[in-house]
Design a protein around this ligand. Structure first.
Ligand SMILES: Cc1ncc(COP(=O)(O)O)c(C=O)c1O
Length: 427
């Protein structure tokens, strides 16, 4: 790195670069933001993979002026990814971490802590947690939500005194009734996993802001190519980069996007302490995934719409859920919040027996958990994502035992439809 680009100028440089990247359209931002220009020692077109645990300087003075100390908090490859994701979301700052669940955990930790402002060396303001036995915050989540987040809140955070209320967030009056003076957070996942419920981000954010609480939006199913929750009043956005943003199914990752002060708190207190760091190779892969995000999303969405139409007209399919269908109860809201309706479809067959039979008959479509990949993946929800939940919890989270969650890949939609057709014919 030359002197001009040394970390002491990082803040100023960031600001100038952000102004430049903010002027571009999304399709250009996804390739350029965070990368062009990038302060490298060579003229390599692509961001180097910085496989280093720490950074060494010729003097203490130089070290103290530096942005980079230790790769648990900063790494130049991750730096490029953070810049790119902050730009794509229109957020001030971003922190990439090891997985989507790590992102959820760090974001919730930061929002739920009781804070004391502390100034740290290097001009960083960190909000340290305070211990007060009377502080019992509560969190509100939707009654259909990624099971990992449900588990984190109801089985781990509950042990440190955080109470989780589960309500129907598609109905804002339920949210209004559930909020009290101890409510610190409403966690909004939209579209929701697995039922593809569409939640009103602006409506939820407005209500929680009335009691000075925060709204975190899990944007995993949409990606920034389809939905930018900060525009609708979300305080923080979390995403599993494992899914659409990386898009190639070859690594895990997560990100938190939001205001600089909150993100500094997450990076320099929570991440530094908890250690859920993204590997630089993952960052490098995800940077590559980002460069084609909007193109891939276009195909995911157009394939999904064709397949949802096909399934809706099939006599053996009893229910199809896709936010792009007029039959979806929140289709209008989806149109307002999302650029297109995503690559995920839910559908149900008549009986459990037929479900078991159907899934084993598929040939091209792979059976597997996760989503957002080039390869189409289907899961039998209640026995795959829902495997860790007791039957009463599945009922509480509205998980049907005849439901399939279908992640539509980038194959030709005719091939996918042919595969569904031959399997449906035999049940
Ligand atoms: C909506 C949602 N959020 C978060 C996660 C967790 O992401 P990861 O698997 O990267 O930890 C998932 C995983 O499926 C998810 O679907």
């Amino acid at each position: 790195m030359n002197d001009e680009n040394r970390p002491k100028t990082m803040d100023q440089k960031n600001k100038e670069l952000r102004e430049k990247w903010d002027k571009l359209h999304f399709d250009s931002q996804q390739g350029r933001a965070g990368e062009d220009p990038y302060p490298t020692t060579s003229d390599s077109l692509r961001i180097p993979l910085y496989a280093t645990k720490s950074y060494a300087y010729s003097s203490l003075t130089e070290l103290l002026k530096s942005h980079y100390f230790y790769s648990r908090t900063e790494n130049p490859t991750l730096y490029a990814l953070d810049q790119k994701l902050a730009t794509l979301h229109g957020g001030e700052s971003a922190v990439s971490v090891a997985s989507g669940m790590a992102a959820v955990h760090l974001a919730c930790s930061s929002v739920l802590q009781q804070r004391v402002d502390r100034a740290r060396p290097k001009k960083l303001k960190v909000l340290l947690p305070q211990t007060n036995p009377d502080y019992i915050p509560n969190v509100i989540i939707h009654n259909n939500q990624y099971t990992g987040v449900y588990r984190l809140l109801t089985k781990i955070y509950s042990q440190i005194g955080v109470m989780t209320k589960i309500v129907d967030l598609t109905n804002l009056s339920e949210l209004k009734n559930a909020i009290d003076e101890s409510t610190k957070l409403v966690f909004v996942e939209t579209p929701s996993n697995p039922n593809l419920d569409i939640l009103d981000i602006q409506g939820c954010a407005d209500l929680i802001h009335e009691v000075n609480g925060k709204c975190i939006v899990d944007n995993t199913f949409a990606s920034p190519a389809l939905q930018k929750p900060l525009k609708f009043g979300a305080d923080l956005v979390v995403e599993s980069l494992t899914k659409y943003v990386n898009g190639h199914g070859d690594t895990l990752g997560g990100v938190i996007i939001g205001p600089k002060i909150e993100l500094q708190n997450i990076r320099y207190f929570w991440l530094e302490t908890q250690g859920a760091v993204m590997n630089p190779f993952s960052a490098w892969l995800i940077l590559r995934g980002c460069r084609t995000l909007s193109l891939r999303m276009e195909r995911h969405c157009s394939n999904a719409l064709k397949i949802a139409d096909y399934l809706e007209s099939h006599p053996k399919v009893v229910k199809v859920i896709y936010p792009g269908l007029k039959s979806h109860p929140n289709h209008e809201l989806a149109k307002k919040q999302m650029k297109a309706f995503g690559g995920m479809i839910g559908f149900e067959l008549e009986t459990v027996e037929k479900c078991y039979k159907f899934i084993d008959l598929l040939k091209l479509i792979k059976v597997g958990v996760s989503l957002g990949d080039t390869t189409s993946l289907i899961e039998y929800t209640s026995v795959m994502t829902g495997i860790d939940l007791a039957s009463w919890e599945k009922r509480r989270m509205n998980m049907s035992n005849t439901h399939f969650r279908f992640s539509i890949g980038l194959e030709d939609s005719n091939d996918l439809i042919n595969d569904l057709e031959q399997a449906l014919k035999k049940i």
